[in-house]
Design a protein around this ligand. Sequence first.
Ligand code: PLP
Length: 453
Amino acid sequence: MTPVLPHFSYTADGHLCCEGIDVHGLAQAHGTPLYVSSGAAIQDAYTRVARAFNPVRAHVHYALKASSNIHIVALLGRLGAGADVVSGGELERAWLAGIPLRDITFAGVGKTAAEISAALDGSRSPLAGRADLPSGVRPEGRGRVGLFNIESAGELDRINAIAADLRVPFEATIRVNPDVDAHTHAYTTTGRRENKFGVPLSQAEALARDNPGSIRGFHVHLGSPIASPEPFEEAIDKLLPAIDRLSHSEPAVLNVGGGFGVDYGGQAAQPAPIEVFGQRICERLADQVNAGALRVIIEPGRCIVAQAGVLLTTVQYVKDAGAKRFVVCDSGMHTLLRPALYGAYHFAWPALVGPGMTPTSLRPEVAPERLTISDLVGPVCESSDFLATGRPLPDVSPGDLIAVFCAGAYGQSMASTYNDHAKPAEVLIIDGRPQLIRRRDTAFSLIAPELHL
Ligand SMILES: Cc1ncc(COP(=O)(O)O)c(C=O)c1O
C-alpha cells in the first residue's frame, strides 16, 4: 500500500483504497458523484487538534459549516467536541447529533428572531412537537445554547429582548473585528475592517461593560484557510488587554476561531502544522489560563475534516480541443464549489492507475511525458464549472473513476442542485466499515417541494 494521505492509499495493483476499502466498490454500490470520508482520519485529526491546544485546555467547538452531515458531527461529539453553528438549521443538526446545547456556540451575522428563540428555548425549535423524531429526542426542555457569538449591537439588543420575553438568561461573547490580515483569499478574509464581521474592539468593550450579566468575553475569527500562526498572534495581542479589563468573578472567555490551514497539494507553500498553531497560540494565552482568568475556545472545521474526505467522480467524455484536453466528469461546481469560487486547488488523480503512476503524496512525481495537460470540468452550463484547470493528468477514458482529494471540508456542505443535479451521496468509513450517511437526492426529491409532495 502506498499512502497519498493517512488512510488513503493505492494498492500494489493501482487501486485507491480508503481505510483498506477499494473505492471502486463504493462507487459501484452508491454511484457517483460520491463523497467518501474516513472516520479514522477524522478521529486522528480531531485528536491532533485537541492535543495541540491542550496546554490551555481549549475546548474544541467543531465548525459544522465545514461538513455538517449528522453522522460526522455525531462522531466528533463522541470524541468530545462541542459545536460552532451559524444557523438555526446547523443548531438543530448539532443537537440531533447528540451535542448538548451547553456545548454549542451560536455564531453568524444574521441571526433571525426565530433562530434566537429556538436557541434559547427548545419549545421554539422547528423540531418541537414533531412525532417523527427518534425516541427520547425532544427539544422541549433541552435548555439553551452555551454561548452566542454576537456580531453587532443590534443583535445584542434583539437577544436581550427575546431573552427577557422568554424569561431566560443567556451568555455570549462579542465578535471583535481586529482589523488583522489573515493573508488568505479576499472572499474568506473575515477580520479586516472592511469585512462585515464583528465590531471594533472599542465597541465590543463598551457592549461588554454595559451587559456584565451576559457578556463573558470576546470572539475572533480571522478567515480561512490561514497558513501561519502570526495573524492569530496579532489578534490575540490586540484582545488580551481588553480581556484583562473585563472585571468578572468567573474566567473570561476568549474564542480564537478557526481557519487553521491544511495542505491541498499544488504549488502553494504548505501551511504550518496544527501543532505549531497550537504551540504559538497557547504560549500567548497560558499565563491568563493558568491564573484562572481565562477559558479558551477554538472553532476549527477544515483541519479536522478536509484531508479525511475524497470526492469520487466518473469520467463521462474526454474532449480534445486543440491546445487542451477537457475531461468531462459527473461532478463540477455544483458538487465541489471551492475551485470555482476561490480558485482553490484540489489534487485529483485516477482511482485506478497503471505501473509507475501511483502518487505517493499530494504532489506526485510522475514523468511529465506520461501526463497530458487537462481541465477537469463538470456538466454545469457555466465556464466556471471546473474541478481543476491546466493540470497534468494520466490518460483517462469514459467510465474511469477520478478521486478529488482533500474534499472533506466545504465540499458536500457547499454543494447545490444547480441545473437540477442531485446532491451526491456520502459514505463514512466508521470502525472499518462503510456506512451510507446520506443517500443521493433524486430528480423526484428535487421537484417534490414544488408539487407540495
Ligand atoms: C466564525 C467561523 N468560525 C470558524 C470557522 C471554521 O473555519 P475552518 O473550517 O477553516 O477551520 C469559520 C469558517 O468560515 C467561521 O466563519
